[in-house]
Design a protein around this ligand. Sequence first.
Ligand code: NCD
Ligand code: ZN
Length: 341
Amino acid sequence: MELTLTRPDDWHLHLRDDAALLTTVPDTARTFHRAIVMPNLKPPVTTVEAAIGYRERILDALPSGMSFDPLMTLYLAPELSPSTIREAVASAHIQGVKLYPRGATTNSDAGVANLNGVMTTLETMAEVGLPLLIHGEVTDRSIDIFDREAVFLDKTLGPLMERLPTLRVVLEHITTEDSVDFVKAHPEMGATITVHHLMYERNDMLAGGIRPHLYCLPILKRSSHRDALIEAATSGEGQFFLGTDSAPHAISDKESDCGCAGCYTAPFALELYAEVFETHGKLDRLEAFASLNGPDFYGLPRNTDTVTLIKKESIIPLAKAFGEKEVRILRGGEPVTWSVI
Ligand code: NCD
Ligand code: ZN
């Protein structure tokens, strides 16, 4: 069995920096032509100049013979000014601004504590049409971690959409039925869905032993939410598109007293998405999700080349080099039923 698709793109990706790029860039460029590159470096990417410099480092790490177009984002720090937004729109390489509620996830300390403080910047984004990409979780310690996404919709995103109805918003890595419903109720919005949130639910991480390599944020939820995500991803609906949120951390940082959040999915992401879509009898919808809906939402051309997958089982390697350390690959040591040729 063979499946040829328009070459896909990854609409939410962490490539990290420096030596890590020698692993992450080829792993993504092998199957994806473009990726929305997250700006949560240390220090975060808050200027157009820093984004362009980062893009150059990414391209320097691209092996010859591979093609890849990194689509850059700016990190919404409280001091990000409307003039930087105008400069970003004028640059050919910046496609969005990322909102991390302060303290929500990896490298979010410089994020936004209160949206009112960045309202003028958001108004400028609405005016010029630059998308806001949102990590949709509240950070209030009194809110249970499994409820943080749903509460964010109620308390933060709903009011924001009412206040700025023309702002273009992508709700990133959605993990709940609540988010699927919210996105459907706002037809102008987009949402990305990771492969790990389609494959796993919280018992996979917590029952029968704790599995730190499945720990990511937003955290895996109960299986009914996973089912709602599968339904949305395989629906063919234009609002939902592929975003791996591939987020590598060294094994020593994951298998630790206080382990980091993030799953390294990039090396076999497309193969794993194909497996999920096939399991649910929706392989014919994979191309819309992986290759068409994303560029249509961002107003970018669809890719013109293709990738081909064949039904051939292989074992995913357990880990690979990551700078001077190693990173575990999601589902490492286990089989995957599709291969990219
Ligand atoms: C991401 C990371 O490590 O940068 N981690 C994660 O669990 N997804 C940050 C993020 O997207 O939340
Ligand atoms: Zn992410």
